[in-house]
Write a protein that binds this ligand. Structure first.
Ligand SMILES: [Fe+2]
Length: 285
């Protein structure tokens, strides 16, 4: 008789020490059973409402992003894949993000750090669709650190609160366990040949081990990678140095909605952040 563990990497609120140990070893972990049915429906109602208001242009520009709004996705009108700075307009969602179990883990991993709510997109509600018109389907291999190798905000740890469970049908996260320990090079080579920002560190990771192979440039199979599947309501944590990618859905009618954000090292920005700059840059692309 072969036994399987359907909850590998999954922990409940009464086992945060074990979750912590798993996270330190593998660079990711899942916290299950944190939210009630009412919490979940409250979050979804708030986020879906904000999403509609972004699509209708009823919210401040910073909550949307013109490049990410797809006017062909729905025949009936505009559609927004993202709501940025969602914790500033969604109190139930903000309370869920600041659940004491999440805060206590983040305080272990990013001591003296902060939840980024007021700059660089803040906490984001994402509605990923497989349909052709969607502005988001999948994302290739990266570590989050590579998005800002010049910044002084690492280490960092990210969370994703799953409104919808994940599967091959609606897309899922792929990770290389333990890769958060490797000295991952800044993206000297990348798909869009973007130049490295000035002041970038050459590598980022918790330890100095050289990666055993170069990070794949796109969606190729990475030796040692595993698939992470979440249930509705799961909170998935991952280290900002972890190698990860997101697989696209196989079912074109599938929906994958979640709320994601991260804690970063150091104090929060003194003032409301750089969203205008980001917005203008994206709009001009
Ligand atoms: Fe990422």
């Amino acid at each position: 008789m072969v036994s399987i563990d359907p909850e590998f990497g999954v922990f409940r609120q009464d086992a945060l020490d074990e979750l912590d140990m798993f996270f330190q070893t593998h660079g990711f972990a899942i916290l299950r059973g944190l939210y009630s049915v009412d919490d979940m429906s409250g979050m979804l109602a708030e986020c879906a409402d904000a999403q509609t208001r972004v699509a209708n242009g009823e919210l401040a520009a910073k909550h949307g992003n013109s490049i990410l709004i797809d006017e062909t996705a729905a025949a009936s009108g505009r559609f927004a894949n993202y709501v940025q700075y969602v914790t500033q307009i969604a109190p139930v969602t903000r309370a869920a993000v600041l659940h004491p179990a999440i805060v206590s883990l983040m305080e272990r991993w990013i001591p003296g750090g902060h939840l980024r709510e007021h700059s660089r997109f803040g906490v984001v509600y994402q509605d990923a669709r497989a349909g052709l018109g969607s502005g988001y389907k999948r994302i290739g291999w990266h570590s989050d650190w590579q998005s800002g190798p010049q910044l002084d905000v690492w280490p960092s740890a990210a969370f994703t609160i799953h409104i919808d469970g994940t599967s091959p049908a609606n897309g899922f996260l792929r990770v290389v366990p333990g890769s958060q320990r490797w000295a991952t090079p800044a993206p000297y080579e990348n798909a869009n040949n973007a130049p490295l920002p000035e002041g970038s560190k050459p590598t980022g990771g918790h330890m100095r081990f050289d990666p055993p192979y170069p990070m794949p440039l796109a969606f190729q199979k990475a030796p040692g990678e595993v698939a992470i599947y979440c249930d509705d309501g799961d909170v998935l944590f991952h280290d900002a140095y972890l190698w990860h990618s997101a697989a696209s859905a196989t079912d074109t009618g599938a929906i994958r909605r979640h709320i994601r954000g991260a804690w970063f090292t150091g104090p929060p920005d003194a003032e409301e952040g750089d969203y205008l700059e980001e917005f203008v840059k994206n709009a001009a692309r």
